[in-house]
Design a protein around this ligand. Structure first.
Ligand code: NAI
Length: 283
């Protein structure tokens, strides 16, 4: 049985819905008989995606709303909500998924920090805060799915601004889940989607063929739907390279840095290479 919010005639809003994981979700929600609004900053991709989705659904263009939206700007998310309510009457599923990955270093320029945090973290805070009250008032089962990342949990070296944004998404979404479950008469729940390596525009880096290690966006969304049906908050996706058991060891090691008083990011510290390897291999 799918999650009850995912049902014929219900309404889904997906940010970053013109590409990758968001587009795959839009396709799948339409297949479930839902009406879908995709919001994206990229006007060309949005127009193409809207057309593809309308052609792929029995309801045609009437079931699809495409709206150019910059999720880092709250007034644009408010306009998105107004447009969705005017067209479809309300929202049952909100997927705050838009994300960018620009380069950064800890002491590097502030610009990319502001842009990445503006989209990846503020976009999710704006989306949740603006849509949740109406979803709760609707009085029926609802879902808020925020797209995080393993990089927000194990925070590997390489792109601290991205890690900071996604660690913020995790902390915010945990707090949101807690608040929603303690809100009287609230049937809306929050969930943290943690994709594995997924072949999309974000990760293609010039490649035109999916690397063997990566999942497709469609596989990721099928996994997400199964875990939502099971009631998971942490939707921790594997990929073709990293099974759940390995993720679990990596997450436990990262938490262990504090408990064991090891240096920061000891997983990538030469003095801890053997210990980390042994920890991963231990049953
Ligand atoms: P994608 O690049 O295919 O899709 C992201 C979409 O977000 C694009 O259509 C883009 O135009 C849109 N977007 C960017 N800035 C925006 C803004 N300010 N307002 C509205 N839309 C905006 O990438 P993908 O991989 O589908 O990414 C979706 C989410 O999944 C992101 O949050 C990403 O960080 C996350 N993720 C992806 C992973 C992967 O391996 N592909 C792994 C972990 C997390």
């Amino acid at each position: 049985m799918p999650h009850p919010a995912i049902a014929r005639g219900h309404v889904a809003v997906i940010t970053g819905g013109a590409s990758g994981i968001g587009f795959a979700a839009a396709k799948r929600f339409l297949q479930a008989g839902m009406k879908v609004a995709i919001a994206d900053i990229d006007a060309d991709h949005l127009a193409r995606a809207g057309e593809l989705l309308a052609n792929a659904t029995a309801g045609g263009a009437g079931d699809v709303l495409s709206l150019q939206t910059d999720v880092s700007k709250p007034e644009q998310i408010e306009a998105l909500q107004d447009a969705v309510i005017a067209r479809f009457g309300g929202v049952d599923v909100l997927m705050n998924n838009a994300g960018i990955e620009l380069t950064s270093t800890a002491l590097g320029p502030r610009d990319n920090y502001q842009r990445i945090i503006g989209v990846n973290l503020w976009g999710i805070i704006h989306g949740s805060q603006i849509f949740a009250p109406g979803m709760i008032a609707r009085g029926r089962p609802g879902l808020i799915i925020n797209t995080g990342s393993k990089q927000g949990i194990t925070t590997p070296p390489g792109n601290p601004a991205y890690n900071v944004s996604k660690a913020g998404v995790k902390a915010f979404t945990e707090a949101l889940a807690h608040e929603l479950r303690n809100t009287p008469d609230c049937a809306v729940t929050a969930h943290l989607l943690i994709p594995g390596f997924v072949f999309t525009a974000l990760t293609a880096r010039g490649r035109t063929e999916k690397p063997a290690a990566a999942w497709t966006p469609d596989e990721s969304i099928e996994f997400m739907l199964a875990r939502l049906a099971a009631g998971d908050f942490y939707i921790l996706c594997p990929d073709n390279d990293v099974p759940r058991a390995l993720d679990e060891r990596r997450i436990a090691w990262a938490a262990g840095d504090i408990i064991e008083n090891r240096p920061a990011l000891s997983r990538w510290h030469k003095d801890y290479a053997d210990a980390f390897k042994a920890f991963v291999e231990a049953k």
